[in-house]
Design a protein around this ligand. Sequence first.
Ligand SMILES: [Zn+2]
Length: 146
Amino acid sequence: MAEDISSDTDNLPARPVCPNCIHPINKRDDFCPQCSAPVGLAVTIDPFKRIWAMGFLYKQAVNSRINGFMLVGMWLIMLPLILQMTNFFIEGMSQVLNGRAVFPSTYSRILYGPAAIVPALLLYKTTKNYRQSRVTQLPDEDEDDC
Ligand SMILES: [Zn+2]
């Protein structure tokens, strides 16, 4: 009986699937047509496709169930960005207040500062998502102990 099943599956053509949603993909696909997960070999090397891959990662961190490893990774990526952007803003404002403003660099620093809201929001939503994931996981952990 088991040999019949294995002989049937051996005759099927092998087709790659998305590791995220198990949707069939083509070998040359860079992103899954179903869930847009990065599945290509060079997606994280190509500068433009890398942006989409990072966007998928951030979308997963905010919307789907994540573990502590993912949360720590997001903090390690986003916190230095927030600190750097805030530091640029403070430096730009101090240059303006001290009368030492230089046209392009000072004002670009001031404009760069408020953009820190983007990584801060991502970090907030990821942390909130992780905390909600833990709350919904607790009953499952109790069932495993039984
Ligand atoms: Zn997929």
